[in-house]
Design a protein around this ligand. Structure first.
Ligand SMILES: Cc1cc2nc3c(=O)[nH]c(=O)nc-3n(C[C@H](O)[C@H](O)[C@H](O)COP(=O)(O)O)c2cc1C
Length: 518
């Protein structure tokens, strides 16, 4: 200790009524600059999950060993930094909106020790935020494992690194063995959400409040609390949560922007999504999006896809699956009833909603998700990096035909730059998203994944080819007869992009024009 250090214990001026910071007159004597005291940019302009793609797409679990499959099925997927980075860049290159990691502190045993080898999610998100340009990056935070002051600051930091593409997945911690790693205890189910509410209220205050404040609650007792700078996104970074129990749904409806749920049937999805949206609107005067997750297995033929899905189960780690089900059955009310029926679902997709089939069938199922209120899906894949390329080539064009994806990112926004493939996936941002914080434009022509073909536009706009669907090329027909034709409702090119589109590609294919406001 130096002669200038003063601790509360040694300072004669400090009483229970006055905080050490006040007693020591640590508060600044001049006003703080606005860039410290306010979020910088409306998150709706910066976070991809706010874009207007009818079906948002993301990846789930690419920070953990075995991702979403408790299985020894063959894959090149590895939970190494190099590989997770490659997966992230491919996902970004094909236009996905989100990367959501799993927060895990120990594995589930069995022969795979499922998810046991994994990256801590805030640090993982920070690395990927720096390494990517456009995709939304999340951290998944077990609220009891991190003090709100540390979490608020870490989230803010990653939000700044990413230029407003960061988001927080708030999880309460259902896996008791890992919660016990922290202080030897696990709270009762609904109390976890009571704790979570106080945790989040404190974080929200840290993200928004100017000046220092005290917080005296049931779980935290803090004096002279403050956090600068504020996040990049205003009013705050995007929040997601996967509470599906009564307490979980209440928490989501009250607090977050997107709720995630896994349900068995489309009918259940419809009822669930209507209920949670209604609850958010009526009881909390706010909107909430609903999304789901699961394993996507797509192959040229249905038989092949089903065989690949079955192979995951045949090579399943039943020991790990049994451990998960025992723990989830005992600890998580939402899983309790379903658990027996979902043994295979745990092995093949962490109990998510499986989407298995040929490209048309996969598209059909995405359309049904949408019909039943699911606005997006974060996926597992047996081999993320390899299968994403197939998904891009074979499924994305059909999703576009079905009106589930459209031609442009919606944030103001870059159309692809006319290469043979970017029309299909929005791979290269010709017009980078400008970010108030970063003077330099983020993204830019030809900044796709180094392993994918560089996108180049023809210098003469009239000679640029209009987008063509991979599936059309493949099958020589306009819309596959088995696909739902949603074009009347969500056609592909919103009219507000029409002039950008014409400039880039020449004439608009008339069937893909959508009249839209704004
Ligand atoms: C998409 C999704 C992601 C989740 N991520 C995690 C996670 O990373 N770590 C974790 O412990 N629980 C995770 N969960 C579990 C949920 O936080 C939650 O506990 C579970 O859905 C049960 O809901 P309930 O808490 O309302 O009973 C996730 C669930 C879903 C659907």
């Amino acid at each position: 200790m130096t002669s200038t250090d003063v601790s509360p214990e040694t300072s004669p001026d400090i009483s229970p009524d006055i905080s050490a910071a006040e007693a020591l007159e640590l508060n600044p004597t001049a006003p703080r600059p606005p860039e410290e005291t306010r979020p910088l940019v409306d998150g709706r302009q910066t976070h991809p999950l706010y874009n207007d793609q009818p079906m948002k797409l993301g990846l789930f679990g690419t920070n953990c060993s075995y991702g979403l499959i408790m299985s020894h099925a063959e894959t090149t997927y590895r939970a190494t930094w190099e590989h997770t980075l490659q997966v992230a860049r491919t996902a970004e290159a094909i236009g996905f909106e989100a990367l959501v990691p799993i927060a895990r502190w120990r594995g589930f045993g069995g022969t795979t020790n499922f998810n046991g080898n994994c990256f801590e999610t805030y640090a993982w998100a920070a690395g990927l935020a720096q390494a990517t340009e456009r995709i939304g990056i999340f951290a998944t935070s077990h609220l009891p494992t991190m003090h709100p002051i540390v979490a608020a600051k870490a989230a803010t930091t990653i939000d700044h690194i990413s230029g407003g593409r960061f988001g927080l997945n708030l999880v309460m911690g259902w896996f008791s063995p890992e919660m016990e790693m922290f202080d030897g205890t696990q709270r009762e189910h609904d109390e976890r959400y009571t704790f979570g509410q106080e945790w989040l209220d404190l974080v929200l205050k840290l993200w928004s409040e100017e000046g220092s404040f005290d917080h005296h609650g049931d779980f935290f007792n803090c004096r002279g609390v403050e956090s600068y700078p504020k996040p990049h996104q205003a009013p705050r970074p995007i929040l997601i949560n996967a509470g599906n129990s009564k307490a979980g749904v209440e928490f989501s409806a009250r607090n977050v922007d997107v709720n995630f749920a896994s349900l068995t049937t489309f009918e259940e999805m419809k009822a669930y999504t209507d209920t949670i949206r209604g609850k958010a609107r009526e009881e909390h005067q706010r909107d909430i999006k609903t999304m789901t997750y699961g394993l996507v297995v797509c192959r040229d033929a249905e038989k092949e896809a089903k065989a690949a899905f079955q192979h995951v189960i045949d090579k399943g780690d039943w020991g790990a699956a049994e451990n998960v089900m025992k723990i989830a059955g005992m600890q998580s009310q939402s899983f309790n009833e379903q658990i027996k029926q979902f043994q295979e679902r745990f092995i093949a997709g962490w109990a998510g909603f499986p989407i298995v089939g040929n490209p048309e069938q996969v598209t059909e199922q995405f359309a049904q998700l949408k019909e039943n209120g699911m606005e997006g899906m974060i996926m597992g894949m047996v081999d993320y990096n390899e299968e994403m390329k197939y998904f891009d080539a074979e499924v994305m064009p059909l999703l576009k035909q079905a009106g589930l994806r459209h031609w442009a990112y919606s944030l103001g926004l870059p159309l692809g730059d006319g290469s043979a493939d970017d029309d299909v996936c929005g791979r290269a941002a010709a017009e980078p998203v400008r970010c108030a914080r970063h003077r330099r434009p983020r993204g830019g022509p030809g900044r796709g994944h180094p392993g994918l073909p560089a996108a180049r536009a023809h210098p003469d706009p009239r000679r640029r080819r209009p987008p063509r669907h991979g599936a059309q090329r493949r099958r020589g027909q306009e819309v596959h007869p088995r696909l739902p034709d949603l074009r009347g409702r969500h056609p592909a090119v919103p009219s507000r992009f029409a002039s950008q589109y014409r400039e880039r590609y020449g004439e608009l294919p008339s069937e893909t024009v959508r009249r839209s406001a704004g």
